[in-house]
Every structure is written in C-alpha cells, then in structure tokens.
Ligand binder design. Structure first.
Ligand code: GDP
Length: 140
C-alpha cells in the first residue's frame, strides 16, 4: 500500500514541558516519518481559522486561547495509512479514555491540553497541511 500523509501538531502543553522529542519519537516508533516540521507561535486568527469547524462548540474560545498560549510544532507525517496510524498512536481525545502506550495517555494533561493534534481524514489532512506549509517545505 502506498504511503499517505497526515498533519500533526505538538501542542503548547507539550512544547512547554520540553516533550517535542519524546512525542516525535513515539510518532517515529509508530512507523511515521516526519517529512516537514517547524516550530511556530500561532496567531489568534490562525488558530480560529484552523479550528473553524469547532466554532459553535462551548470550548472554542478556551481551545483557541490554549493553542496560542505558547509555541507549537506543526508537522507533516508520512507512512502507510498515515491518518489512521497517527490517530492510533495519539489515543483518545480525553487522556483518561486513551489506551496505554498512546501519546495522550503518556503525556496529556487534560481533555484540552492533550499534547497532540492529528487529522481525522485524508481530505482534512490535505487541507490542514496546506494551511501551514507550502509545497516547497515538504522535503520528504
Ligand atoms: P481530536 O480530533 O481528538 O483532537 O478531538 P476533537 O476534534 O473533538 O477536538 C479538538 C480539540 O479540542 C481536542 O484535541 C481538545 O484539545 C479540544 N477539546 C475537545 N473536547 C473538549 C472539551 O470537551 N473541552 C475542552 N476544553 N476542550 C476540548
């Protein structure tokens, strides 16, 4: 099966605790390759646009404030079935529901400060990658 791509964010709770390497190691151990990566400080407008689908949810403003509370690392991951593989290694949204060995079980602080984002479909992966990266930045 051909390799596909997904989009990942190492969230501010993880960068603050110096877990960028630890999280990336879990992604790599899961068979995913980091084909693009950069540490950025998101603007409020960028975060609101990225999470636009959640605009009507009660936690939207808190989520946006959290995502701009410190730097994040945006990454493009490549591998077989990358979207699904990444969702598996991330674990459930709420760390108390996440399976043992997953990134969120190991590292997340709460349902909001849950250390990582990962695209939920190939279609959204393409949209999210294009939101943060130019084609030239995807160096393989
Ligand atoms: P994901 O795909 O597992 O990241 O989950 P969702 O797409 O449902 O939610 C997006 C992000 O919003 C999550 O990763 C959390 O950071 C945050 N979030 C989700 N549910 C809640 C909630 O009930 N309360 C708060 N404060 N944040 C939430």
């Amino acid at each position: 099966m051909a390799a596909t791509r997904t989009f990942s964010i190492i969230k501010p709770d993880a960068t603050r605790r110096n877990l960028t390497g630890a999280v990336t190691a879990k992604l790599e151990e899961a068979g995913l390759r980091v084909v693009a990566s950069k540490r950025i400080q998101m603007t409020r407008e960028q975060a609101e646009g990225f999470y636009g689908v959640h605009r009507e949810r009660p936690f939207f403003n808190d989520l946006v404030s959290f995502m701009i509370s410190g730097p994040v690392v945006v990454q493009v991951l490549e591998g077989e079935n990358a979207v699904l593989r990444n969702r598996e290694i991330m674990g459930a949204t709420n760390p108390s529901d996440a399976a043992d060995g997953t990134i969120r079980k190991l590292f997340a602080e709460s349902i909001e400060a849950n250390s990582v984002h990962g695209s939920d479909s190939d279609e959204n992966a393409a949209i999210e990658i294009a939101y943060f990266f130019t084609p030239e930045e995807l160096v393989g």
